[in-house]
Design a protein around this ligand. Structure first.
Ligand SMILES: Cc1cc2nc3c(=O)[nH]c(=O)nc-3n(C[C@H](O)[C@H](O)[C@H](O)COP(=O)(O)O)c2cc1C
Length: 164
């Protein structure tokens, strides 16, 4: 069954190999599917896709592309599909599934799934001067509380040079 879900416990962990991962509070469909199939795709949520993203957060056991009204796109290196309307997607092969523990060493139901990015898809309209332009995609961030989100806009940008 094709599955989709939003995961805000998400991050990148390494440049080479390029590793990304997400944490699930328990072995939900996404974590289970990734572990069993050995692959997953990550798809950027944009402002235009927020309603559909929210729709995929149900626990329903249905094809969540169909349920959310999202078209799937075939991946090139793995069999898990991508979200066609997302301007940035990564195809990943699972490299680690880590059972999470508290500081007391006690395992709980949480699991961190890490994957190596084996293919990257970026809509060329998001690239200027050879550099991905974050604000062009209008990505969204989950914020505090049960309902708050922020849209990333060009006017929120500032630049910083790292100290040597
Ligand atoms: C914006 C948003 C972010 C979420 N982030 C997480 C998360 O990081 N970890 C988690 O376990 N659940 C998270 N959830 C809840 C899951 O998306 C939800 O439990 C979903 O049903 C899981 O689907 P699955 O069983 O298909 O994996 C989030 C929900 C929303 C709306």
């Amino acid at each position: 069954m094709r599955n989709l879900a939003p995961y805000s416990f998400f991050n990148a962990f390494s440049y080479a190999p390029p590793l990304i991962g997400f944490a699930s509070t328990d072995r939900k469909h996404t974590a289970r599917n990734a572990e069993l199939s050995g692959e997953f795709t990550w798809n950027l949520v944009t402002r235009a896709l927020t309603e559909q993203m929210n729709a995929t957060s149900t626990t329903a056991d249905t094809d969540e592309f169909v349920a959310a009204g999202l078209e799937a796109a075939e991946s090139v290196d793995i069999s898990a599909p991508r979200v066609a309307a997302s301007p940035v997607s990564f195809e990943c092969r699972v490299s680690d599934v880590i059972a999470l523990r508290g500081a007391d060493g006690q395992a709980f139901t949480g699991v961190l799934t890490i994957g190596e990015v084996v293919a990257v898809h970026i809509d060329e309209a998001m690239i200027a001067g050879g550099v991905y332009q974050t604000a062009l995609a209008h990505p969204v961030l989950r914020a505090g509380g049960p309902s708050a989100y922020f849209e990333i806009l060009a006017e929120g940008r500032f630049d910083l040079i790292r100290p040597r």
